[in-house]
Ligand binder design. Structure first.
Ligand SMILES: [Zn+2]
Ligand SMILES: [Zn+2]
Length: 97
């Protein structure tokens, strides 16, 4: 799995995203059998969240009820700030297994 830190220098918005599949040890820690974490951009509240989309039949739905669009990893650096709409979001990979 990869952990990303996203920060907006304009408004201070920040969030952490997890991408990928947990290693067996992590699955054990998280008490999960199968997971595949995907960053999702909500089309209604514009938040970027992490959802477990292992089950592909499950729709990417934001906690706000909005429909989410799964993001490719390379898209992470191109999205606008969900909070202020700024275009200078800084994406750092903070950890990788
Ligand atoms: Zn939402
Ligand atoms: Zn911002």
């Amino acid at each position: 799995m990869e952990w990303y830190n996203i920060k907006c220098p304009d408004c201070g918005y920040g969030t952490e995203l997890v991408v990928g599949t947990p290693t067996p040890e992590e699955s054990f820690d998280l008490n999960e059998d199968f997971s595949h974490y995907v960053p999702v951009l909500c089309e209604s509240c514009k938040s970027v969240i992490t959802l477990d989309l292992f089950d592909k039949r499950r729709e990417a739905v934001c906690p706000c009820g909005g429909k989410g669009r799964p993001l490719q990893e390379e898209e992470l650096g191109k999205i606008d700030c969900p909070s202020c709409g700024g275009k200078r979001l800084k994406v750092d990979m903070v950890r990788k297994d």
